[in-house]
Structures are given as structure tokens and as C-alpha cells.
Design a protein around this ligand. Structure first.
Ligand SMILES: N[C@@H](CCC(=O)N[C@@H](CS)C(=O)NCC(=O)O)C(=O)O
Length: 209
């Protein structure tokens, strides 16, 4: 297998942390997004979306999207399950992870991509160009404020995102919170439950991935 990564980008980092938690090592190829390597003909042949992460299997099949790649790796490396250990936990992890993707990852991306000069006409990743909409950047910041307070309230009652179980949803939340710093948003002082959770999850060796 080959893992197409970009060491500085938040989406592939979710997969890197996931692999580190499972102790998986996969040959990794860096795609330099800052240099525009995702638009090269060679990379577009491998992933017409022009995005990382991407996992290419030995038989030539490829899997895009963080959630799909993590799902696949969970199936073939079931040890240290990160998507839940019971039917209920699996449903809860999926629900939380989906919420974090929609309300966290997309909010941070919206805030960053719609306000950063280098992303003019690249307000969304993928094969099509989109103009920046400054109001979407503002809305993204507001959504991040709400994410922090919602997570803080949730973590008042819960050790991890899903009960006492560290899961792929914690990996998503950690990555989103670090990504939010790119738009100068960090955990507010009064979000003590979220800070406690962040310190716990960020202390895991996988967080360095
Ligand atoms: N929906 C995709 C999004 C992946 C994504 O946004 N990747 C970014 C890096 S964090 C990218 O490849 N950007 C290329 C670009 O901006 O042209 C997923 O979940 O995997």
C-alpha cells in the first residue's frame, strides 16, 4: 500500500494519528500542496480529486477521504479498534465523527480557505475552483466558537468524545482544534473540560504524527 500525505495538512494528519494508534506503517509519499503538486498530471492520474489523503492498494485500487481510509484500515487491522467495540459504541463513534467532520473540520476549512490570500479561487479543495466568500470565513469562526462550547459541555460528562473510550472521533476533534489555530482560534480559557480532554489526548504519542 502507499499513503499519499502532506505533512503540514490537517486531513492527512487524521490518518497519520489513526495509523500511529494502531502501530501501522505504510509507505508514505509526500505531496507538497504548497507547491501545487496536487494539480500535477502525475498526481491527478492517481487521484482526479487532487486531494490528500489517498491510500493506494497493492492491486491498484485507491481510497480517498479520511473517513473511508480509516474505515478500511480498521477492517484490515482490527486490533486496537478505534471505531467502537460494540454495536452501540460503533454507532456513537460514527455519529460523533460525522458531527465533527461537518461542524468542526468544514467550519475550520471554511474559515481558513475563505480568508487566506494564498487560497484565492481555492475556497474549497478538489478539482474545481471556487471564489472566496468572506462571510463564509466569518461564519466559520462563529461555528468554531460554538464547537468549543458544545464540546466543553459534552466533555463535562464524558472522559473522551464517546464515553471512556478513545476513538477516531477523538482523533478528529484533536486535529480540528489544532487546525483552528490557523485561524487564530484556540480553546477559550473558560472551557476547562475541553482543555482537560485536549491535554489528555495531546499527550498520547500518536498526537505527534
Ligand atoms: N473530504 C476530504 C478532504 C481532504 C482535504 O481537504 N484535503 C486537503 C488537505 S487538508 C487537500 O488535499 N487540499 C488540496 C488543495 O487545497 O488543493 C477528506 O476528508 O479526505
Amino acid at each position: 500500500m502507499k499513503f499519499y500525505d502532506c505533512a503540514t495538512a490537517p486531513s492527512p494528519r487524521r490518518v497519520r494519528i489513526f495509523m500511529a494508534e494502531k502501530g501501522i506503517e505504510i509507505e508514505t509519499i509526500q505531496v507538497d500542496l504548497a507547491k501545487g503538486e496536487q494539480f500535477s498530471d502525475d498526481f491527478k492520474k492517481i487521484n482526479p480529486l487532487g486531494e490528500v489523503p489517498l491510500l493506494v492498494l497493492d492491486d491498484g485500487n485507491s481510497i480517498s477521504q479520511v473517513t473511508a481510509i480509516c474505515r478500511y484500515l480498521e477492517e484490515i487491522y482490527p486490533e486496537t479498534p478505534l471505531h467502537g467495540r460494540t454495536p452501540l459504541e460503533r454507532a456513537q463513534v460514527e455519529a460523533s465523527n460525522g458531527q465533527l467532520q461537518a461542524n468542526g473540520m468544514f467550519a475550520a476549512a471554511e474559515a481558513f480557505r475563505n480568508a487566506t490570500p494564498g487560497f484565492k479561487n481555492r475556497a474549497a479543495p478538489g478539482p474545481h475552483d471556487y471564489a472566496q466568500i468572506p462571510e463564509l470565513a466569518q461564519r466559520g469562526l462563529l461555528r468554531l466558537d460554538n464547537l468549543f462550547s458544545d464540546l466543553d459541555a459534552h466533555l463535562a460528562e464524558s472522559q473522551y468524545i464517546v464515553g471512556d473510550y478513545f476513538s477516531v472521533a477523538d482523533i478528529s476533534a484533536l486535529t480540528i482544534i489544532d487546525f483552528a489555530r490557523w485561524v487564530k482560534k484556540s480553546i477559550p480559557e473558560n472551557c476547562t473540560n475541553l482543555k482537560r480532554w485536549y491535554d489528555l489526548v495531546n499527550a498520547r504519542p500518536s498526537a505527534k504524527a
